[in-house]
Design a protein around this ligand. Sequence first.
Ligand SMILES: [Zn+2]
Length: 387
Amino acid sequence: MKKNWLLKLIIIAIIITVAVCVIISCTNNDNSNSTNTNNDTQQTSTNKSEPVTVSLIAVGDNLLHSTILNDAKTSNGSYNFTPIYAPVAPYIKAADIAFVNQEAPLAGSGYQASGYPLFNSPQQAGLDLVSTGFNVINMANNHALDKGAQAVINTADFWDSVEGVTMLGIARSQDEASEIKTVEVNGVTFAFLSYCYGTNGMPMEYSYLLSLIDMDKIADDIARAKEISDCVIVSMHWGNEYQLTPSAIQREMAQQLADMGVDLVIGHHPHVIEPAEWLTGKGGNHTFVAYSLGNFVSSQHERETMLGGMLSVKFACQDGKVSISEAGIIPLVTHYEHGLHGYRVYRLSDYTDELAARHGISDYDKPVSVKYFEDLSAQVFGQYRIY
Ligand SMILES: [Zn+2]
């Protein structure tokens, strides 16, 4: 009897052990199955090209008049421009690519900082643009040669020394002038080309110093840019000053750029805003053109010049194709106080009637109000105004 009882006990123990092992094994299998399932899911999503979105913002002329230089001067004689840009800095920092037209050389030591008519901005202004979030700096504008060839060379040397910045439009040699500048974001390559209508009558000692508008050269540059990039963006310093509508020449050149397959045209120089539109190129391609973004910051005395634009573009990138999924312009206001100080750039949606009532522009032109800027931006940007 004792032996039978012991045998039964051993059999029960074996059954329990086997049962426990089976349960554990099943549980493990379930886990490994679910892990495999996850792996399969991950594998599937990795194989399929996920859409990538890249954001770009662009603003017009950073035009540092002498009163702005005085305002930015600190007690120890250095400069600090960051308060001017502080109200819009978060929007600029949020973009993958942030473009600004720096409307003056940054000639560095040996050159006095100066405003109109022959501009030269302190190099600190360049550093402060970068700390504000800008990473593509355009130098192809009519003030680039204000301080001569050496100042252009110094400016290019300066931008070389600043990490994370792509500078456009000036060069120290023919080879450098022929280079196509590219910016890569999330594996998508953007080519940037930049051109300017002229030099304000300043002599250009070497043809490579400033990238001037020449449609044959532009066609060649665009063809080369397409070979090495997914998307071609062209900066144009063009148009008639203080005109709220693009000239016939701007429209003609914009259509030519569309026909050449450019994706985006960033226009500036008129000191006031001009409209934006979609053009269709002869290949059936689509090109978004912002004819003029006006001033980013200035101390001009006409109230229209206090309204600028921040172009905001989203690129959708999938399976090697890049297209613009959203494009519009955010109105900006340059503010200054009576007596030409306290310069600030605001989004119009952040600007208030209290600030408008204090705007120093009323010393030179009619007073401004939020409604004045709302009406003008709606009139010019129309359906492409982001507000
Ligand atoms: Zn200009």
